[in-house]
Design a protein around this ligand. Structure first.
Ligand SMILES: Cc1cc2nc3c(=O)[nH]c(=O)nc-3n(C[C@H](O)[C@H](O)[C@H](O)COP(=O)(O)OP(=O)(O)OC[C@H]3O[C@@H](n4cnc5c(N)ncnc54)[C@H](O)[C@@H]3O)c2cc1C
Length: 393
């Protein structure tokens, strides 16, 4: 399993300043329009590409920045401040990049793909969810049908974020037509190797800019494009922990943005009447405590995952308590996000309820509700209840 070494501290701090700059100058300016029209945040993704961020997790030897998971999490957090959809797209792309980087760089096709990721700043989408399977990542109906050195694949995918805008697609499928539902592989197809037939649109409450419509995916590719390890290993070592870390990181950015608006509301009220602090100042202290808890949870889980990656021991990921803690990160972060944005709305009052207001939290609260549904918290909780029973002190 390949892992990245962290880049120099000062170099990384400079990069974060640049991310803030494109956040303020580009991403924030388009966030409302992206949300209103449920359109792909083209300008924002272009701005991230201009900083070579699509390949930030690709190792230096392949031309990437070689950032580690803690550094990627920090970028996701910053992006969450400016636009939840842009941050989600970046995070979801990074999950697929991590699968390639951690598990596939022994294969020539994937080595070349990593180099193209750098030179062309490719965007990778994923099709794990399947009609009839729902959010159960460990099962597939569709299968790889191999003949000679090629395979065919057809998948009915109800949700593929930015599917129409991606340059490549990572798809889960059964290993063969006679394989069990759980005997899965991951395959990485280039845009010219698959077609997308639309089956559902994406007119949703939140995360509207992710453009997560449904498609029937039909593809044909070379056998070499099948990931060289069973998908279940890629899931436990990368997709599962990496997803929850980068998602929770960006959600903490959305939450911090909401608290920032609440703080400016209270500051304004204090300025108007310095002798009598408003009741909302207590609420601000309260919501700040919740935000600190959320950030601490993210930092602890990210550090734990980073340490496991650094230990370079794939067996460590089969540890039940690690999986449970990562699941807890997802459940608690998605719940805290709703709580924090809701509390911030109580502070800002009607100004946060308006769509056109400096203090509007309408997009934040709508995005917040998506977090518990993407891999449903109840599904995760059910899984955790089994893991907790098996856990020995
Ligand atoms: C913004 C967003 C972007 C997304 N992007 C992508 C993407 O790019 N690619 C992709 O493949 N998917 C994507 N998804 C889909 C996501 O990852 C989930 O797979 C999907 O949301 C699950 O859909 P569901 O609610 O219909 O299914 P389910 O997870 O099946 O949930 C439906 C209901 O059944 C219950 N349920 C089902 N099974 C169990 C169980 N075993 N234990 C307990 N409860 C259970 C749930 O609690 C829930 O009430 C995205 C989702 C969102 C919200």
């Amino acid at each position: 399993m390949q892992k990245n070494a962290s880049v120099q501290h000062t170099q990384f701090e400079e990069l974060l300043q640049k991310v803030h700059a494109v956040g303020k100058e580009t991403i924030a300016n388009h966030a409302s329009d992206v949300d209103e029209k449920a359109r792909f945040p083209q300008e924002s993704i272009e701005a991230l590409k201009s900083l070579n961020l699509m390949s930030a997790y690709v190792p230096v030897e392949y031309g990437g920045m070689g950032l580690d998971i803690e550094q990627v999490g920090k970028i996701c957090h910053i992006l969450g401040h400016y636009c939840g959809s842009t941050a989600m797209i970046f995070a979801m792309h990074k999950i697929q990049v991590a699968c390639v980087v951690h598990h596939c760089l022994t294969v020539e096709y994937f080595k070349n793909f990593a180099k193209r990721l750098v030179s062309e700043q490719l965007l990778i989408a994923s099709a794990t969810t399947e009609i009839g399977i729902g959010g159960d990542l460990l099962s597939s109906f569709c299968c790889v049908e191999a003949h000679d050195n090629e395979f065919d694949l057809t998948k009915k995918a109800p949700v593929i974020s930015y599917g129409e805008y991606a340059d490549a697609l990572l798809i889960t499928a059964r290993r063969s037509a006679d394989a069990a539902k759980s005997d899965q592989v991951g395959v990485l197809l280039n845009k010219d190797q698959y077609s997308l037939e639309p089956i559902s649109d994406w007119d949703t409450l939140g995360f509207r800019g992710t453009c997560s419509s449904g498609f029937v995916v039909t593809g044909k590719a070379d056998i070499e494009q099948i990931m060289p390890i069973p998908f279940t290993d890629a899931l436990s070592q990368t997709m599962h922990p990496y997803s929850h870390v980068v998602w929770a990181s960006l959600w903490s950015g959305i939450a911090a943005s909401a608290v920032g608006k609440a703080r400016s509301y209270v500051k304004n009220a204090v300025r108007k009447n310095p002798t009598a602090p408003p009741i909302s100042s207590i609420r601000l202290g309260e919501v700040d405590t919740a935000l600190t808890t959320m950030k601490n949870n993210v930092a602890a889980s990210t550090k734990e995952y980073a340490d496991l990656l650094n230990a370079n021991n794939p067996d460590a990921f089969s540890n039940f308590s690690f999986a449970t803690r990562i699941n807890n990160l997802k459940i608690s972060s998605s719940q805290l996000l709703i709580d924090i944005v809701g509390k911030s709305m109580m502070i800002c009052g009607i100004a946060s309820y308006r769509n056109q207001s400096e203090l509007s939290l309408a997009r934040h609260i709508r995005d917040a509700y998506g977090a518990s549904l993407m891999v449903n918290n109840d599904r995760i909780m059910m899984h955790n209840s089994t893991l907790v029973l098996m856990h020995k002190e």
